[in-house]
Design a protein around this ligand. Structure first.
Ligand code: SF4
Ligand code: SF4
Length: 398
């Protein structure tokens, strides 16, 4: 056995008991998934081959032991790029069975459920595919029912409104009354959830450079570059930047769609300009570019997810991942179809489909894959703060 392997074996079996090591007191006993993160991090801490891949490894070197709070922090710092699995000499079938992305993914799933607000709704993560399907069915049923009631019968679903576009079917005030409370709830639940995570992570206060660095790494998805800028490993040992590109197209497409809705709301309430707006108006341009970007990005993420190497990530979370991607794709494509159906008999049906999908998306934002972005930004900010602090690990003076 090589000296390195002896060291790795010792670290993986003894845990942290070295003289002078900082005392870490877990708030509760570690779960099996948190213990697995601690085990692989202790092996990696002895090996350190992947030090330059992402922020997880330099954050790891600041620790000798890994409490449950550390496991959650590192798990959310991990972007599941796969680089450290494909590079690892101790990955399965080696007896150490080091699979960092999988261990991190399992704890991330636990993070979302543990920090969900209110706590009882954390169980929605357990069967998340079903949660999304039920939310979508409820959203569609709500808007179909409202359309039938307001238009005076089933036939109205296949008739073009005489004037006013889709506001003739659902007036602006009705849509605000339906969507604002659901969106407000989602923002509140996500804020309170990540506040608990932040409190347990105890990062200290954020300086302006730390905030700027965290914003930069989050917006550029730096750690989907694999540490060398050539990209992730998706289905094999080859590097690809497509996951990073698809994430960018999805995120910025979503933000442009959100901007389109916000500008339209300003037009309506501040300027008194009523929809429908011209094709070259700002809300339509933002919505069109955003919708196309969101559709392409989510389609790309779905394609890459189907091809992902089976050892990467947590197979139990696939329904959550794929359900969320499918919902984003439905929101984007139904929104584009709605825009193109203006004045046609299909407008009401596309309208109900689009609004039902958007309602399902809003309602499940705090209880589905969307949460990963919020927790990851918090973890990136903690790392940007932590790396500016002196390390707690140093040689004893005597
Ligand atoms: S993932 Fe494997 S190669 Fe990379 S640091 Fe850990 S043990 Fe070493
Ligand atoms: S999977 Fe990628 S992001 Fe996650 S720990 Fe490994 S190298 Fe870092």
């Amino acid at each position: 056995m090589s000296p390195l392997e002896s060291l790795v074996r010792e670290a993986s079996t003894l845990g942290d008991g070295r003289p002078g090591a900082p005392r870490v007191i877990p708030i509760r006993a570690a779960t099996a998934d948190e213990s697995e993160v601690a085990r692989v991090m202790q092996i990696c801490n002895a090996c350190r081959y992947c030090e330059g891949f992402c922020a997880v490894f330099p954050a790891m070197t600041r620790r000798l032991a890994f409490s449950p709070a550390d496991a959650h922090y590192l798990a959310n710092l991990c972007h599941n790029c796969g680089a450290c699995l494909h590079a690892c000499q101790y990955a399965p079938p080696h007896e150490f069975a080091v699979n960092v992305p999988q261990a991190m993914a399992r704890v991330r799933g636990q993070t979302y459920a543990d920090y969900a607000w209110p706590p009882s709704l954390g169980r929605l993560y357990q069967r998340n595919g079903l949660t999304l399907a039920l939310a979508l069915a409820a959203g569609l049923a709500l808007f179909l029912l409202l359309a039938v009631m307001r238009q005076g019968g089933l036939n109205a679903l296949w008739q073009a409104p005489s004037t006013g576009g889709f506001y003739a079917v659902f007036p602006h005030n009705l849509m605000v009354a339906l969507f604002a409370p659901v969106f407000g709830w989602a923002v509140l639940a996500l804020t309170l959830g990540v506040r608990g995570f932040w409190r347990d992570a105890a990062p200290g206060s954020a300086s302006a450079p730390a905030l700027a660095e965290a914003g930069n790494t989050a917006l550029r998805l730096t750690y989907l570059g694999g540490g060398h800028g050539e990209g992730c490993n998706n289905d094999d040992d080859a590097f690809t930047l497509w996951r990073r590109r698809a994430h960018h197209a999805t995120f910025y497409g979503f933000m442009l769609c959100f901007a389109a809705t916000s500008v339209a709301t300003l037009y309506h309430y501040v300027l008194g300009w009523q929809a429908p707006y011209a094709f070259d108006s700002l809300p339509k341009l933002l919505g069109t570019v955003g919708g196309v970007s969101l559709a392409l990005g989510s389609a790309g993420l779905g394609w890459l997810n189907l091809r992902r190497h089976p050892l990467q990530g947590d197979a139990a979370q696939k329904p959550m991942d794929r359900g969320f991607i499918a919902l984003l794709f439905l929101v984007a494509t139904s929104g584009l179809a709605l825009m193109l159906s203006h004045g046609s008999a299909a407008l009401v049906t596309w309208l109900c489909l689009h609004l039902g999908a958007v309602m399902a998306l809003f309602a499940t934002l705090p209880y589905g894959k969307f949460a990963h972005g919020v927790f990851r930004v918090a973890a990136l900010l903690k790392w940007a703060i932590e790396k500016r602090q002196p390390s707690r690990l140093k040689l004893a003076d005597d």
